[in-house]
Design a protein around this ligand. Structure first.
Ligand SMILES: Nc1ncnc2c1ncn2[C@@H]1O[C@H](COP(=O)(O)OP(=O)(O)OP(=O)(O)O)[C@@H](O)[C@H]1O
Length: 422
């Protein structure tokens, strides 16, 4: 106001007036511009942060869901969390590796790992390799699986990898869980050494069964209903074991069940169980395919062991159809609406009414309505007694892995298949 009045009262030759006019240009206009600039900067920063957050929350590939947290709060009471985390005081990976005495007893001398035989696949930490390990008897090297930590790795990745080895150590031995043999972690590259379950995962095994291969390396590929129950029961024993430790698996699927030549089943893919162990919940960045998830997980609600029970019969049905994708008629993205209408997987012709009855009890929408792993195992044990041990499960069509991946809503790279159509 004052400035406007001065302008009206003075003439062009009035120096004071010129000075005041310059004050207007020199002080107010730049202040105004700086304010605009700061506001714009703030808006850009806000948009950037918002985009970053959305990206973090966004599920990775299509049809893959973020996994909700677990409901099992007893993990803290069970002494989990914190314990497994190794201190991050050291600033370099080399110094850090020297500071992990907890793993000293597990060390396998590197020179014992004589020969890398093949790379099986790329796992969540890095390459998964098959190697020979010298056991003292040079004529008989032992085949082992090496899970390597991909390089270059930062301190947090190293810490997570070492924590994962300690998790295996904490779990201890169970006949139906893949076994830790040791580790090489005193220097880079880092390896987790696991027993070799030579016939690989159940999905590949089932696909091989379709090829009418009678026996291979002593393994029978003619599956009967009784054997389906037998393998299902072993998976449940592994789940009971995890439940006793206040854990759950989080990704029960044929691709995470390894098969030995005597048809012993071993649960692997313990990445989510490790998250439950360390954090009491599953991180939302870990992803698994929608068609395997229990309703509470599709709805991003906390889940527990009964979500595993929901997934277990999905394995059975994949089994009984020798490796067909679940819900073939439902697009992966529509699975939640499908389940909300209380629709479940149809009974395949090869599935008896008894087995389908068991499956239906596990696919109950409400968690509380589903059996516990132990109750389910007991039901399988009863069913085994009258199960058919003669008729061989056969589906003549061979599986095209890429087609399977599309129908199942799974990334084809995650199948790790060594199956060929030839
Ligand atoms: N001990 C083993 N013996 C034989 N094959 C194995 C073994 N461990 C893993 N594999 C093969 O590697 C694949 C991936 O294994 P797994 O899911 O354990 O690895 P990952 O990607 O490191 O997952 P996670 O971090 O959940 O453990 C399996 O499907 C199987 O084909």
């Amino acid at each position: 106001m004052g400035m406007t009045r001065t302008l009206l009262e003075c003439s062009l030759s009035d120096k004071l007036c010129v000075i005041q006019e310059k004050q207007y240009e020199v002080i107010i206009v730049p202040t105004f511009l700086v304010t605009i600039f700061l506001i714009l900067l703030g808006v850009i920063l806000w948009l950037f942060i918002r985009e970053q957050r959305t990206q973090q929350q966004r599920p990775g590939p299509r049809d893959i869901a973020p996994v909700p947290p677990s409901r099992d709060l007893s993990w803290e009471a069970a002494g989990h969390g914190g314990n497994v985390a190794l201190p991050l005081k050291e600033t370099s990976v080399e110094n850090f590796l020297g500071a992990t005495p907890a793993l000293a007893k597990l060390q396998v001398p590197r020179e014992q790992l004589s020969e890398i035989l093949e790379q099986i696949c790329n796992g969540s930490y890095g390459p998964i390799l098959r190697a020979n390990m010298n056991t003292g008897d040079t004529s008989k090297p032992k085949s082992v699986i090496l899970k390597a930590l991909k390089e270059p790795a930062g301190l947090h990745e190293v810490q997570d990898f070492l924590g994962r080895i300690q998790f295996h150590q904490y779990l201890g031995k169970h006949k139906n869980l893949v076994q830790l043999e040791g580790c090489c972690t005193e220097q880079l590259p880092l390896y987790m050494v696991l027993e070799d379950v030579a016939h690989g995962d159940l999905l590949n095994f089932l696909w091989t069964c379709r090829r009418d291969v009678m026996t291979m390396d002593g393994l029978l590929y003619d599956l009967t209903e009784k054997q389906v129950y037998h393998i299902g029961k072993q998976v449940l024993l592994a789940l009971e074991f995890l439940q006793d430790k206040h854990l759950f698996h989080g990704d029960v699927a044929a691709r995470n069940i390894l098969i030995q030549s005597d048809l012993t089943a071993k649960l692997c893919g313990l990445g989510l169980a490790y998250e439950v162990y360390t954090r009491g919940a599953i991180s939302s960045t870990q992803t698994i395919p929608l068609k395997w998830l229990a309703p509470e997980r599709l709805l991003l609600r906390p889940a527990g062991i009964r979500a595993d029970v929901y997934e277990d019969p999905t394995v059975l049905i994949i089994f009984i159809t020798t490796g067909a994708p679940p819900y073939p008629e439902v697009p992966p993205a529509s699975i939640l609406q499908h389940l909300q209408k209380r629709k479940i997987m149809k009974r395949p012709s090869s599935c008896t009414r008894t087995m389908y009855g068991i499956m239906k009890s596990c696919w109950c929408w409400r968690e509380a309505g589903r059996p516990s792993p132990r109750e389910l195992r007991l039901r399988l044990e009863v069913a085994i007694k009258t199960a058919d041990d003669k008729a061989v499960l056969q589906v003549p069509e061979l599986v095209v892995p890429e087609l399977y991946a599309a129908v199942a809503g799974i990334r084809v790279e995650s199948l790790f298949y060594n199956y060929s159509m030839l």
